[in-house]
Write a protein that binds this ligand. Structure first.
Ligand code: ATM
Length: 213
């Protein structure tokens, strides 16, 4: 017999859900609300956030975002991608045991921010093809100026550049035309957005739940 199947729908019930969008679009809030609802119905859930600043590569990313390093856009995205590969074994283990993993940013952030800085989107996707792919990606869509206005303090270097944020949003929109994406207007009330997310996730959870027997 081969290794256990990683078909998450017919098998263990694990799911990988990603939240994407500009800073201040409510990714963390929505990820936490979704976690709480899934815990309420008895599912095993884990929240992850990328960049994961608590690894060696994550520490380096943090320094670069604060301006203590002068890496080019390509090196930065290689670091973000490597940071997710650092987590790959753990993500696979969790999915195999049926955990619903909720990621605040994942693969598509590298494509969006890298593409916005002139990098090749195909290259950014290709080097991430051996990471566990998300089952559902939610794009929480807000205007770049809303993102910039909501955050006035402690902005990192991306967050100060409106034109760049516009290009990030365009990349997200392009990516969101693919299967597995759901785009939501995140200018609406928090609970209205959460209800849309719950409708999409609970449908998938029912499909993923281990059947009787
Ligand atoms: P957080 O603010 O979500 O921790 O992310 C830091 C920055 O890293 C964020 N900039 N802004 N706003 C987006 C950027 N980023 C990438 O460019 N590629 C990635 O893969 C990830 C995870 C984040």
């Amino acid at each position: 017999m081969g290794p256990p199947s990683r078909d998450r729908f017919g098998g263990t019930g694990g799911l990988l859900i990603a939240f994407e969008g500009l800073d201040q679009s409510g990714k963390q809030t929505q990820a936490e609300l979704l976690r709480d609802r899934l815990v309420e119905i008895g599912r095993l859930v884990r929240l992850l956030s990328f960049p994961a600043y608590d690894t060696a590569i994550g520490v380096e990313i943090g320094r670069a975002l604060l301006g203590d390093r002068e890496y080019g856009a390509d090196v930065m995205q290689l670091l973000y991608v490597a940071n997710r590969y650092e987590w790959k074994p753990q993500i696979e283990r969790e999915l195999d045991r049926g955990t619903i993993l909720i990621c605040d940013r994942y693969l598509a952030s590298s494509v969006a921010y890298g593409e916005a800085q002139g990098l090749d989107a195909a290259w950014l996707m290709d080097m991430q093809k051996h990471l566990p792919q998300p089952d559902i990606t939610f794009l929480l869509d807000i205007d770049p100026d809303v993102s910039a206005r909501r955050k006035t303090a402690d902005r990192d270097k991306y967050e100060r550049d409106l034109e760049l944020l516009e290009r990030v949003r365009n990349s997200y929109m392009r990516q969101a035309a693919s299967a597995g994406w759901t785009t939501l207007d995140a200018n609406r009330e928090r609970d209205v957005v959460a209800a849309d997310i719950w409708r999409a996730v609970s449908a998938r959870c029912d499909a993923a739940a281990p059947g009787p027997g």
